[in-house]
Design a protein around this ligand. Structure first.
Ligand SMILES: CC(C)(COP(=O)(O)OP(=O)(O)OC[C@H]1O[C@@H](n2cnc3c(N)ncnc32)[C@H](O)[C@@H]1OP(=O)(O)O)[C@@H](O)C(=O)NCCC(=O)NCCS
Length: 231
């Protein structure tokens, strides 16, 4: 019987996961939380999250029970809702003060459907890693600042979501090009609106409030300004 290396690797991993399951969940969560606190002293990363050792998580970020891979960079203040999965082999760069709702999927890697098979033969055979199929291809994903991804949004390899955009619940964002402060919706995501007039957008892009110090961003004056609706 030919058994692939991947099946063997997963079986071995299953034994480790089962043994971990014998420990009290609270204890594991506490230990994991402590290690995230050391790694990201200015952020909150819940102990039931799964965060790659090389992931970059900025000051005042909030991550609830999500997977954040090694190639991911979260800018200051960005929040990630429950059960989101962000990763892939290429860089996934997410800017500052973004709101990523629960159940979002942002992944920089595709199966290569241009090859004769989409099946990850090499991964299955060699089992170098559990997560990242070497037979796939990857394109970086880039998300600007102050971007809101609604619930269940999927962002595919190569997608670029400029600053200020909103992707409505359930949108699938592909490699189409969008302007800043566009509201996107549907599958594939298309512009369904513009948040503000061109003038207000130009002012916000010029102001770059997201690059100010956290003290300034969280000052009462700035909060009042940013939470008000332009005329
Ligand atoms: C995209 C969104 C922000 C738009 O809100 P809005 O500006 O108030 O828009 P409206 O409800 O007035 O809808 C405007 C148009 O967009 C469409 N639309 C709204 N949400 C949409 C979505 N998620 N996908 C596709 N189209 C959508 C509406 O049907 C409407 O189209 P029509 O003019 O042809 O009838 C909002 O609908 C949304 O999806 N929010 C995310 C909610 C969410 O995930 N919350 C939990 C996480 S915090």
């Amino acid at each position: 019987m030919y058994t692939t290396g991947y099946v063997k690797l997963l079986r071995k991993q299953e034994r480790i996961d089962s043994l971990k399951g014998l420990l009290p969940a609270g204890l594991l969560r506490m230990l994991q939380f402590r290690s995230y606190r050391r790694r990201y002293p200015g952020a909150y990363v819940s102990g039931d999250s799964d965060v790659g050792a090389r992931a970059r998580i900025g000051q005042n970020c909030v991550v609830w029970r999500s997977y954040i891979g090694d190639s991911v960079s979260l800018g200051d203040g960005t929040a990630v809702g429950h059960d989101s999965r962000i990763g892939g082999e290429a860089e996934v760069t997410i800017g500052k003060y973004c709101a990523i709702a629960a159940n979002c999927f942002i992944f920089a890697t595709h199966h290569n459907h241009r090859a004769r098979t989409i099946y990850s033969l090499r991964l299955m055979k060699e089992a170098r890693t559990r997560m990242l199929p070497p037979d796939c291809y990857s394109i970086p994903v880039s998300i600007g600042h102050d971007v809101w991804l609604g619930r269940n949004v999927q962002v595919l390899a190569g997608a670029e979501i400029p600053t200020g955009c909103v992707a409505g619940a359930g949108a699938v964002v592909t490699q189409r090009k969008f302007e800043p402060y566009t509201i996107l919706g549907g599958v594939p995501a298309k512009p369904i609106g513009q948040r503000f007039s061109d003038e207000v957008i130009a002012d916000l892009l010029d102001m770059k409030w997201w690059d100010k110090s956290p003290e300034e961003v969280f000052s009462e004056e700035m909060i009042d300004f940013l939470l008000s609706e332009p005329e």
